[in-house]
Design a protein around this ligand. Structure first.
Ligand code: PGA
Length: 240
């Protein structure tokens, strides 16, 4: 695990975007799983700028969805897919056949999990997974107490995730379950980037990087990944 702290959120975002662009230049058919959420938004903007100025081409990449609120889809403001389409897939003109995303409105959610697991296997595994970290140390919607051995699954959301998740919606929205890649996907990905920004993440970053590796703090698993980068802005890195 390599840990690096950048002076500002913009430095962090530029570095992450440049790294992803480099990777895609080296492997134009890369399979990427990129988190939604607040943290990567500026990285996505930089990626779009790089692509629109011809410095990188995502047209042969495959994109795998990381997670979604059950009952929500790309057309619903506040969903994970909504932000990915708005900030990344739309501006990059990613074609539908390049995207494998959970249908979190499906009446057969276990089948959705198997479908996404199979899509990842068919691509030969994830070349890169970019994740954030929740206030409770969750990764994607793998909440504290989730087995490290799961592939895609349906999860019960932690109370803090339901509360913090309200920031993505314009009005109070009941959330209770999520559908998510598992930590086994993270561990099998050829490269992991965990990004965190802001002082509110400083304590959980310290626990995840310097505390014991435990299912009670899902992000702590990153200590065991052979090719993981933890990239922080100065505030998120202020306690390590
Ligand atoms: P955030 O979400 O980037 O909006 O802080 C991170 C997460 O909950 O994984």
């Amino acid at each position: 695990m390599q840990v690096q702290t950048f002076p500002s959120y913009d430095d962090l975002s530029r570095h992450t975007a440049e790294h992803i662009a480099d990777m895609v230049r080296q492997k134009p058919t890369a399979t990427l799983c990129l988190a939604s959420g607040e943290t990567p938004i500026s990285t996505f903007h930089h990626l779009v700028t790089l692509a629109q100025s011809g410095q990188v081409d995502f047209s042969r990449c495959t994109f795998i969805g990381l997670d979604e609120w059950i009952g929500f889809g790309p057309e619903d403001e506040g969903s994970c897919a909504y932000y990915l389409y708005r900030d990344l897939f739309g501006p990059l003109s990613i074609r539908p056949e390049q995207i494998h995303y959970f249908n979190a409105k499906s009446i057969d959610l276990p089948a959705e999990c198997l479908r996404i697991d199979a899509a990842i296997a068919e691509c030969g595994g994830l070349d890169l997974i970019l994740v954030g970290i929740g206030m409770n140390g969750h990764i994607a919607l793998n909440e504290p107490g989730t087995s490290f051995n799961l592939y895609a699954h349906v999860s019960d959301l932690a109370e803090v995730t339901v509360q913090v998740g309200q920031k993505y919606f314009t009005q109070a929205t009941p959330l209770s379950k999520g559908i998510t890649l598992g930590l086994r996907h993270l561990m099998e990905a050829r490269e992991v980037i965990l990004m965190a920004s802001g002082s509110r993440k400083a304590a959980v970053i310290r626990h995840a990087l310097q505390g014991p590796v435990t299912e009670e703090l899902p992000a702590s698993i990153i200590q065991q990944h052979p090719n993981a980068h933890v990239w922080l802005d100065a505030e998120a890195g202020s306690q390590i």
